[in-house]
Design a protein around this ligand. Structure first.
Ligand code: HEM
Length: 477
């Protein structure tokens, strides 16, 4: 099947390939009560020239990788901050684009109304609570903090001129080794978009032939599962629910939505001392090593090795594994790995297993259906552990909030007997949320554990729409 052309000059770089910079700044504004549309247009017009297209994002990412591998001097990096903008349903309505404001039921309602997520009451939120909803979110990132701070200053001044009311100002910073605050390496497993980038049919991501791999046409390389781009970008073919290789029609959406995406932003505070103490208590109760118990909650060791693999996996091996079936060795690449269908090495309640059951059948159907629930994660850590507020600025992209982010975060992470129906394995102890006053329970390898502690506390956020660059020009006009 021919893969669609991805318009790298129209898609925002924050969607594809994401900002991998060391520093990132999130700025949020609420539109003023009088003449909100004028204020929105004024700010968007000032921002339009700053927004980074995917093409530049990919070039900058390649340059950063070359520096990391010692192939280029750091001074060769452009140093230009990358910038993205996303809008609330209210902003789109104010701008007269109801057809975009109603593109997705959860987006139209807004995060605060999604009781299903079992968040703390929006009145307690520090981001996006009542009267402080984010109507326009700007994300800007760079390697050089001074240059980034100067860009942030210019954007703040533009918002003052546009009479937008600042409601959010949050800095993020990647931790050394790309770990999150509990100490586990993050950002290993991501879906790879199908699609070509030129008339010659050059794929966005090069394909490594792996004929020995079952369903090898579903992979770009070991562990790099291919997903049709319409799962993340409007106007493009989506993933078939029944065939891992085939496409399905694009989600119904107005033409202006094309190359745009829905953004989930959640500020997730992490109680690092609480996590360490509580998991230490559980481990002592079971007479096991606390580090092992923590790894079982994640499904990976702190350095990223998956619990499913028992070897000293590195590089491409970190994501080359299945749960139901063994994966073969790839000639010239990673070694093979045994399967773990019943959770003998990696518990069924482990975070990575809850949010991506990979090749296992789920309550929603065959493994091919799971590909339609994938999200593009774009989060970054904030704060310093042990020094007050710290956690994850969770950001992810999709074209269907209910059957992608919400399904993973609540239907699967928050249910004791899903995604593997009929087996009570407990919830995802990192992010699974249960009714207030109820203990969170999970079955780990040494036995069952139970806690009233929340290690990850949602502090609010927003559901937003990240338009294409061409749509942004229309919205600003
Ligand atoms: C503070 C909260 C969170 C922490 C500490 C955390 C931590 C991690 C870690 C350490 C990994 C393994 C690295 C990797 O495989 O890339 C991971 C993977 C993942 N997380 Fe989270 N996470 C958090 C919140 C969330 C939320 C809210 C979601 C939304 C549903 C989510 C979805 C995922 C997904 C989809 C993967 C990849 C799983 C795979 O493909 O195997 N995470 N997370």
């Amino acid at each position: 099947m021919t893969e669609p052309l991805l318009d790298l000059d129209d898609i925002q770089a924050h969607v594809l390939p994401g900002f991998g910079h060391e520093h990132q700044w999130l700025l949020g504004w609420r539109l003023p009560g009088d003449e909100p549309a004028g204020a929105a247009r004024a700010l968007l017009a000032e921002l339009a020239g700053r927004i980074t297209p995917a093409r530049r994002g990919l070039a900058d990412r390649a340059a950063r990788r070359a520096v990391r591998r010692g192939r280029t001097a750091r001074s060769r990096l452009s140093g230009r901050p990358a910038t993205a903008v996303a809008l609330s349903a209210r902003t789109l309505r104010m701008l007269g684009h109801d057809e975009l404001a109603t593109i997705d039921e959860a987006f139209t309602a807004g995060m605060a109304r999604r009781g299903y997520l079992r968040d703390p009451p929006p009145g307690d939120w520090t981001v996006g609570g009542p009267g402080r909803e984010i109507d326009i979110l700007v994300m800007t990132a760079g390697e050089d903090l001074e240059r980034l701070a100067a860009a942030v200053e210019e954007i703040r001044a533009a918002a003052v001129r546009a009479r937008c009311e600042p409601v959010h100002d949050q800095q993020g910073r990647r931790l050394p080794g790309d770990v999150e605050h509990f100490g586990f390496r993050d950002g290993i497993s991501q879906p790879v978009l199908r699609g070509v980038v030129d008339a010659d049919g050059t794929p966005l991501v090069e394909r490594l032939p792996m004929p020995s791999m079952p369903d090898h046409r579903a992979y770009a390389g070991p562990g790099d599962v291919l997903v049709w781009p319409g799962q993340f970008l409007f106007g493009l073919p989506r993933q078939s629910e029944t065939d891992p290789v085939r496409s399905a029609p694009a989600r119904r959406a107005p033409g202006l939505a094309r190359n745009g995406s829905l953004l989930v932003y959640r500020k997730l505070e992490q109680d690092v001392p609480g996590f360490r103490a509580d998991t230490g208590r559980m481990a002592a109760g079971l007479g096991v090593d606390p580090d092992r118990l923590r790894a079982e909650m994640v499904g990976r060791w702190p350095d990223g090795r998956p619990l499913v693999r028992t070897d000293d996996a590195t590089g491409a091996e970190l994501n080359h594994f299945g749960y139901d079936t063994a994966v073969p060795a790839i000639p010239g690449g990673p070694r093979g790995a045994d399967a773990d269908p019943d959770g003998a090495r990696c518990p069924l309640s482990a975070h990575i297993r809850k949010v991506n059951p990979r090749d296992q059948e789920t309550d929603k159907g065959p493994p091919s259906a799971t590909l339609t629930f994938a999200i593009l994660r774009r989060g970054i850590t904030y704060g310093v552990a042990g020094d007050g507020d710290c956690g994850l600025l969770f950001l992810c992209y999709q074209t269907d909030l209910v059957s992608q982010f919400e399904l993973l975060a609540q239907r699967w992470a928050g249910s004791p007997d899903r995604p593997r129906q009929g087996l009570d394995n407990g919830v995802d102890l990192l992010i699974g949320r249960v009714r207030a006053g109820t203990a969170r329970r999970a079955r780990l390898l040494p036995g069952e554990v139970s806690t009233f502690a929340d290690y990850v506390i949602p502090r609010g956020g927003a559901y937003l729409f990240t338009p294409s660059l061409s749509a942004l020009r229309v919205l600003a006009a």
